[in-house]
Design a protein around this ligand. Structure first.
Ligand code: ADP
Ligand code: MG
Length: 244
């Protein structure tokens, strides 16, 4: 999709209004509202257990929800997950979820949903996966498995990607590689990124939504949020080291 195809740059690709979600009778998202701009990377921040993953799963219709979710202005709340996915929402789940007994090539082939999947784009972005195409995905490193997971979402012409903690548990060098790939991908598709590594957030995200206790506690420019020591300590429980 060419930039601007959504209309004016100011029209968000995703709007979430008063999202509430329950899992097993427990309310895990209390009242979440935010916009995702049609370009670039928007970060979702917050401590463990505040409802970040549940927010993504609510947007995808994977868990019961109330409230309003719009993709490019059209309501998608109430649609089944496969319809939401068909409208162009790609999902890279928290624990990668690759098929470990299948090869890299088989994992990717299973993800293709359109006539002309973007195989060349994916191959350029992840040359390592091309070299390992016949290797069972379960024998890959965590970082390589994450790349398979991201690559699956990039094979299709999505209008939005939801990416949940892609750098979790990865070695620093691999974190950089995954972050580079996401930045490259974000030139072609907007990304809503749950990320705990604040250095990665600083490098990638223009905007950020901070969630606390199932509610939006703050929205703003990612750099402003990360520069606010009091806010990051209170809402993220971390002390951000400022580069000299
Ligand atoms: N399958 C589940 N069953 C019951 N409670 C859950 C389930 N998944 C998540 N929760 C609860 O929902 C809340 C939000 O979880 P989650 O959205 O995974 O948070 P985050 O991604 O921010 O760490 C937590 O209190 C968690 O314990
Ligand atoms: Mg989570």
């Amino acid at each position: 999709m060419t930039p601007g195809a959504e209309g004016a740059a100011s029209v968000p690709i995703l709007t979430v209004r008063n999202l509430r979600c329950t899992i097993a009778g427990q309310q895990v998202v209390e009242d979440v509202s935010f916009d995702v701009p049609a370009t670039g990377i928007t970060a979702v921040l917050g401590r463990n257990g505040v409802g970040k993953t549940s927010t993504l799963r609510g947007v995808l219709g994977l868990i019961p929800l109330r409230g309003e979710v719009r993709l490019g202005g059209e309501r998608i709340d109430g649609l089944s997950t496969h319809r939401i996915v068909r409208r162009g929402v790609g999902y890279v789940p928290e624990d990668r979820e690759v098929f470990s007994k299948l090869t890299v090539a088989e994992n990717l082939a299973l993800a293709e949903r359109q006539k002309n999947p973007r195989r060349e784009f994916v191959a350029e972005l992840f040359p390592d996966l091309v070299a390992r195409r016949d290797q069972p995905a379960g024998t890959l490193s965590g970082g390589q498995q994450q790349m398979v997971s991201v690559a699956r979402a990039l094979l299709n012409d999505n209008r939005l990607l939801l990416v949940d903690e892609p750098t979790k548990g990865l070695a620093p060098k691999i974190v950089t590689e995954v972050a580079d790939a996401l930045r490259e991908a974000s030139k072609t598709v907007p990304i809503l990124l749950v990320e705990q590594n604040l250095e990665v957030v600083r490098r990638l995200a223009e905007d950020a939504v901070v969630i606390a206790g199932g509610r939006v506690a703050h929205v703003g420019k990612a750099s402003d949020i990360l520069d606010d020591e009091e806010l990051t300590r209170r809402l993220l429980g971390v002390h951000v080291e400022h580069a000299a």
